[in-house]
Design a protein around this ligand. Structure first.
Ligand code: FE
Length: 197
């Protein structure tokens, strides 16, 4: 499984990457452009390679699982890629992906002005995903080992929607995935680099 993960990811982007980001909920970029922009932003922020990979792959769940994207349901895409990815990548990659929707709910809840900066599509999906967190949900999110990484990923997710932006090609990041899935996990960067504040 882990040996063929990179060709499988390549094939998923080849098949679905031209889709408008977030399916019916139109954003200004394709799914592939969004993934590449997020990975690039992670790299520019000095994130460890596992988190760059998470940024690249965070929406792959939109491509798998057989459900049609719809404007009217929450497709739980943060979970749908995990069976595919967890065979090849450690929690440093999969946990920020799993938590990136919760991170949006968290930021809406705790950060004044965050909601106003969201795109219309993100506002729409926020309601389907449950909206603000209650106190227990907020505490549960903060207790997650990869909460800070998920918040960092969320911010790149929000920013990675610029039409016409130049990024490295997918192959550049597939090489990074190849390294990550082949070797022992690189040590995780200090969590303070992705402070929640
Ligand atoms: Fe995204």
């Amino acid at each position: 499984m882990s040996q063929d993960i990179v060709p499988r990811i390549d094939a998923l982007f080849a098949r679905f990457g031209a889709n408008a980001y977030e399916g019916d909920r139109r954003e200004s970029v394709s799914a592939l452009a969004h993934a590449l922009q997020c990975a690039q932003l992670a790299e520019w922020a000095g994130a460890p390679s596992a988190l760059v990979a998470a940024a690249l792959l965070h929406d792959v769940g939109h491509f798998v699982g057989g459900l049609m994207d719809s404007d009217q349901i929450d497709d739980r895409h943060e979970n749908r890629a995990l069976p595919l990815l967890s065979g090849a990548f450690g929690p440093e990659v999969t946990e920020p992906i799993r938590l990136h929707v919760a991170a949006k709910r968290y930021l809406v809840t705790v950060e004044p002005g965050y909601r106003e900066g969201l795109s219309p599509a993100s506002i729409h999906s926020l309601a389907l995903q449950g909206g603000d967190l209650d106190d227990a949900g907020r505490a549960a999110f903060e207790a997650e080992r990869f909460a800070a990484e998920a918040v960092a990923l969320r911010r790149w997710d929000d920013a990675g929607k610029q039409s016409g932006k130049t990024t490295p090609p997918l192959d550049y990041y597939l090489a990074l995935l190849e390294e990550l899935s082949a070797g022992p996990q690189a040590p995780r960067a200090a969590i303070s680099a992705f402070d929640l504040s």
